[in-house]
Ligand binder design. Structure first.
Ligand code: 5GP
Length: 181
């Protein structure tokens, strides 16, 4: 039986970087979400996300193809039910890098899920990381910072909170939580 792990945290907390490191361990894979957000210049369809139109997303929802979904900063995001099903039927550890609303839906449907909330060391770091990313418009950065405040209030709903100050230490902490060797 496969395992699911949710990794959430505000935009700029470093989730993607941490997840990329975890993928180096055997038996770990990451769910590729569906989103209506336009791709960033470095993102490839089917690798970072499955990029779809709003009508396509709504059709997937109607057909029950998404295990969870949420609207985040004006765009839809969702996890394919087929990815979860396949992963649970295998021995894999599946990482869901998702925001809080979707995370709560998964925790309810799959109570065995491990949940980790990644925190930035402080709010200055958050803004700086979003700026450094250089792919978000100024307006988008403001909205993401506002959303970050709200997301932080959900951290107690997660089994673990990890402050991502030093990447290596963070990855090691998460690795231990997940029992990866
Ligand atoms: P970004 O636009 O920065 O790629 O993602 C925005 C937020 O949506 C991040 O917090 C990310 O973890 C979250 N997200 C990505 N995929 C999904 C998904 O399938 N479902 C939900 N609920 N959130 C997602």
């Amino acid at each position: 039986m496969g395992k699911i792990v949710i990794i959430s945290g505000p935009s700029g907390a470093g989730k993607t970087t941490v997840c990329t490191q975890l993928l180096k361990y055997s038996g770990v894979r990451k769910s590729i979400s569906v989103t209506t957000r336009p791709p960033r210049h470095n993102e490839k369809n089917g690798v970072s996300y499955h990029f779809v139109s709003i009508p396509e997303f709504e059709e997937m929802l109607r057909r029950g193809e998404l295990a969870e979904h949420a609207r985040y900063c004006g765009h839809y995001y969702g996890t394919l039910a087929s990815t979860l099903k396949e992963s649970l039927a295998s021995d894999m550890l599946l990482i869901l890098e998702i925001e809080v609303q979707g995370a709560l839906q998964i925790m309810e449907k799959f109570p065995e899920t491990t949940s980790i909330f990644l925190l930035p060391p402080n709010s200055d770091t958050l803004g700086q990381r979003l700026l450094n990313r250089n792919t978000n418009k100024e307006q988008d950065i403001e909205l993401r910072l506002e959303t970050a405040e709200k997301e932080l209030s959900y951290k107690d709903r997660y089994q673990y909170s990890v402050v991502n100050d030093d990447l290596e230490i963070t990855v090691d902490t998460v690795r231990k939580i997940l029992g990866l060797v």
